[in-house]
Design a protein around this ligand. Structure first.
Ligand code: SF4
Length: 296
């Protein structure tokens, strides 16, 4: 085989769908939104053209909360105290906000909605951290920290390695609690993520009584939804993962699936189908409720 022939073979292999050996809740959501998006992100690991600001808002809130629990783990022997200062997060948020403003100015982070302003995202972060402090933190008083932003370990379903990150793991009264912060709205996929993280935590920490809890920090009222699952549900989850992997493996090409979410797709500027859609459909405005499925 000549060098030119082997190079063209590599080029063909690069564009052929590849067998799935690893999945995550986010990978599955990406695939269900648009197979071409999945291809950009996980097959070619393409460089993003920008990051939507909603993702950064989620990352900043998660990062500030993780920093609090790491400090408690290191300085308070891991037992979560009552916090005397309800505004503990303000200096961290001020730094992160200033950095975010610079990234928006440089075009690295993009505000997608044309009538939306930076201030609104600053308020969202402030409100999420205020809600966390007022409503989530008191529920964790005296819990012992087991892990902060921990991986799922060697969690495997039907031969597929499942990846993910557990925001916080605590122990109280002999029970294990796994906590996940949400900065977006409630989504149908949340129950699947809960199932994955619940069974991964059972396998990793081997505690008989485990509870997985989602905290919706953007909501008013009751922000908490807790889950436990049976072994039958583990079998159903395993079958669901096998089915998703089979659907990805059966692809001949990664088809584009255009929708309003193209405006938030970090590969939109590199995608012909997405560009055509976006030229014909301007980005939505503030009042349009859009389920940004990939926002953490
Ligand atoms: S721009 Fe739209 S169609 Fe193109 S990859 Fe992204 S989500 Fe898919």
């Amino acid at each position: 085989m000549t060098l030119a022939e082997s190079l063209s073979l590599y080029a063909i292999l690069d564009y052929m769908p590849q067998k799935v050996t690893r999945l995550s809740a986010t990978k599955i959501s990406t695939f269900e939104q648009c197979a071409k998006y999945y291809e950009f992100q996980y097959v070619h690991r393409a460089k993003r053209s920008f990051t939507p600001i909603e993702w950064e808002v989620g990352s900043i809130v998660h990062d500030i909360i993780a920093r609090l629990f790491r400090q408690i783990r290191d300085k308070q022997r891991g037992t979560i105290p009552k916090l005397g200062n309800a505004e503990w997060y303000r200096p961290l948020l001020a730094d992160a906000t200033s950095n975010l403003r610079n990234q928006v100015d440089e075009g690295i982070v993009r505000i997608v909605r044309p009538d939306e302003r930076m201030q609104s995202y600053e308020e969202q972060m402030d409100n999420a951290l205020g809600t966390f402090t007022a409503k989530a933190l008191p529920l964790l008083h005296d819990h012992k920290i087991v892990g902060v932003e921990a991986d799922l370990g060697r969690f495997n379903l039907d031969g597929i390695q499942i990846d993910g990150r557990l925001d916080l793991i605590t122990q109280s009264g002999g029970n294990l609690y796994v906590h996940d912060w949400k900065t977006g709205g409630r989504r149908d996929e949340d129950a699947r993520q809960a199932k994955i993280y619940y069974f991964a935590s059972k396998d990793k920490y081997r505690q008989p009584a485990t509870t997985f809890t989602l905290y919706y920090l953007a909501e008013a009222g009751d922000i908490v939804t807790s889950y436990t699952f049976s072994q039958e549900q583990r079998a159903l989850l395993s079958a669901e993962i096998a089915d998703i992997a089979a659907r990805i493996n059966a692809l001949e090409t990664y088809q584009a699936r255009v929708s309003v979410l193209c405006h938030w797709c970090p590969y939109g500027p590199q995608c012909d189908e997405g560009n055509a859609y976006m030229s014909a459909h301007p980005p939505p405005v503030k009042k349009d409720q859009i389920d940004l499925g990939l926002v953490t």
